[in-house]
Design a protein around this ligand. Structure first.
Ligand code: DX5
Ligand code: ZN
Length: 231
């Protein structure tokens, strides 16, 4: 079995689909239901049309869960806000490569703060925007929908990028996490894992229901089963 394939499958519910009037209860419930991480979607109304929240909410979530915070910045000039999001308690901080001039410098800035550095691109941008920096990357996030909204349909073609990153990491002996975000459900979870992903974000599939534990288990079991078939 290969290095990346041995990584544990992790499920990261996105609070984007949670009930924000009860955020403490929601994040605790997801953690108790078996979530491995909490995915926090930061949108600025500029890089993407939608606006969500900033470091204050990340800090608030941090107070209520022990699992790592997986923070996805969908903002223009992410480098300006790295200190604020790291200080708010991000464990993994991800930015869009297409939003910055110098991918390497931003990765370095995140790592200097003692936070794991992640990078992503929208479906219409290539992974070549960051592949040269793979040695400095702790996690690659492959967007399987266009950033900006929850509840969109999974774009299967984006799995080619998961495979490219997976193969490249194997070739260079790098144990990076490969995460998929957008349209992940019981069925598409298997496609992600079979392509080489080990971390799955799920917003509406988990928080859109009253059955967090069952949904998280389905995602994990289907991902594990499809990965086993591939190995
Ligand atoms: C989309 C966000 C996702 C979103 C996923 O811009 O980055 O994290 O919450 O939502 P679902 O799982 O509903 O597609
Ligand atoms: Zn996200």
């Amino acid at each position: 079995m290969t290095e990346t394939a041995e990584k544990k499958i992790e499920i990261a519910p996105s609070i984007l689909s949670a009930d924000f009037s009860n955020l403490e209860r929601e994040v605790k419930a997801a953690q108790d239901a078996g979530a491995d991480r909490m995915h926090c979607d930061v949108m600025d109304g500029h890089f993407v049309p939608n606006i969500t929240f900033g470091p204050l909410v990340v800090e608030a979530v941090k107070k209520h869960v022990a699992i790592p915070l997986d923070v996805h910045l969908m903002i223009t000039d992410p480098e300006k806000y790295i200190d604020a999001f790291c200080d708010a308690g991000s464990d993994i901080l991800m930015f869009h490569a297409e939003a910055v001039e110098n991918v390497g410098a931003v990765l370095q800035k995140i790592r200097k703060k003692g936070v794991r550095a992640g990078v992503t691109v929208n479906p219409d941008y290539p992974v070549e925007l960051f592949l040269d920096h793979l040695e400095m990357i702790d996690q690659v996030l492959i967007m399987s929908v266009y950033a900006g909204f929850g509840g969109q349909k999974f774009i299967t073609e984006t799995m080619d990028k998961v495979k490219t990153v997976y193969n490249e990491a194997q070739k260079r002996g790098l144990a990076i996490d490969i995460e998929v975000d957008g349209g992940v459900n019981g069925e598409t979870a298997g496609i992600c894992a079979a392509s080489g992903a080990n971390v799955l974000v799920a917003g509406s599939y988990v928080f859109g229901t009253g059955e967090y534990q069952r949904r998280i288990s389905i995602l994990r079991e289907n991902a594990q089963a499809c990965r086993a078939q591939r190995a």
